[in-house]
Every structure is written in C-alpha cells, then in structure tokens.
Design a protein around this ligand. Structure first.
Ligand SMILES: [Zn+2]
Length: 59
C-alpha cells in the first residue's frame, strides 16, 4: 500500500503509528525512513518526508 493510501485511510502521521501499524507496514515504514531528511522534535522519529512527522525539523 502506498503511503498516501495509508494516510488517507488512517489519517495519521508516522508519529501516531501504533506497534501493530509498524508490524503490519514494515515495507512502507522502511520506504519512509531509509534516507531520512527530517526528524520530529517531539517524538524523535525520522523520515524522508516532513508530511509524516508531527513536529518536523530538517537536519
Ligand atoms: Zn512527532
């Protein structure tokens, strides 16, 4: 599933993923974090798109 489909379905950022979301969407997660350009100042997550972080900040 593409991220956009996932986002529209669940309306949540990577920061909001539950453990089950991570386990069920590992390939998608890898595609979002494999070359991180942003990190979340609140949750300490990283991603290659700031759209998926709640408080994104560039490196
Ligand atoms: Zn966050």
């Amino acid at each position: 599933m593409l991220y956009n489909e996932f986002y529209m379905k669940k309306n949540q950022s990577l920061c909001d993923w539950k453990r089950s979301d991570i386990e069920n969407n590992q390939a998608l997660l890898q595609s979002l974090v494999i070359v991180p350009k942003f990190f979340c100042r609140k949750c300490a997550r990283v991603a290659n798109s700031k759209k998926v972080l709640c408080k994104p900040s560039g490196f």
